[in-house]
Design a binder for this molecule. Sequence first.
Ligand code: COA
Length: 317
Amino acid sequence: MKITGTGSASPSLTVSNEMLATFLDTSDEWIQTRTGIKTRQIISTEQLKDLAAEASIIAIDEAGIKAPDLDYIICSNTVNEYVTPALSCILQGMLGANCPCIDLNGACSGFIYALDMADALFKRGNMEHILVVCAEEPTRMVDWTRRDTSVLFGDGAGAVILSKGEGFKSFKLSTISNTEALYQIRKLQDSPFVKKEEEDGALVMKGQDVFKLAVNCSLSDIKEVLRLAGIKADDVDHYLLHQANMRIIDTVMRYMGQTKRNFPHNVERYGNTSSASIPMLLDELNKKRKLKTGQKMVFSAFGAGFTTGACMLEWTI
Ligand code: COA
């Protein structure tokens, strides 16, 4: 498969570090030094499905197809206002598509897992075009009285159209079961029959554990996709890493012996938008004409689970 269109959409409300410091014991200086984040976009008047639709329509237009041409919609989403139906099913109606739809919850690695699923569907042989859309609102998950998590996230959507072709060269996915480092629990609804002592909590994170897992797993995933594709670290024109934290991106970059030249980032403007972060950055680079046909790219992400994944591709637009 190859990428034939990209799209992205962000909510309208910009929240700066200074705005957070008006109600949290934090500062612009702390947030910038530890994470690189300056501002993030947060859902207020919008709904996540609107952002997902906007990103998808931009990608569909660029691919030169119509929504009914889609053979599958895979939506990477952790939470939205609906528990069911899946966001992809809601989106299908908004777009006017009529293909099968499924959501996957791979947390911040969801984009890579969705691409891997799409790759398998293409290999099955009866697909022409697949929409992968990552739509996330982690700001629905955090406790806004807690400075350790709420300053890190933003909302957004990023989409790609995948069409039959030769673009993707290698994938590496891994999962290490871990319910300690990053999790959120949903409480059981009490009934006349069952009462359980369960917490109904916000997102909990052990920041330093996540940091170490993120760096180690990203490095091994990236090295493996390079090995499988038969290329060297220096051959890659653009490394698009999950935009969670500038210090994680910089650490991986240094260990790979690379420079800022081929590690683009926008975490400073969007914060961590979970699985939407890589397709949002990809669309930004594409729309700014920073990507040239044939250039080599690596995507790499990590997230709750603990899920990680990377892939290597050649740019095909
Ligand atoms: N503002 C000011 N102080 C803060 C703060 C904030 N927003 N958040 C935490 N602190 C405080 C802590 O309470 C702690 O104070 P203490 O020493 O008095 O207890 C101190 O800062 C250091 O906390 P620590 O957790 O050790 O900081 P850190 O250097 O590890 O940085 C992260 C915290 C979260 C930025 C860092 O661990 C990280 O980036 N982890 C990865 C997170 C991530 O990417 N998550 C998404 C995965 S998809």
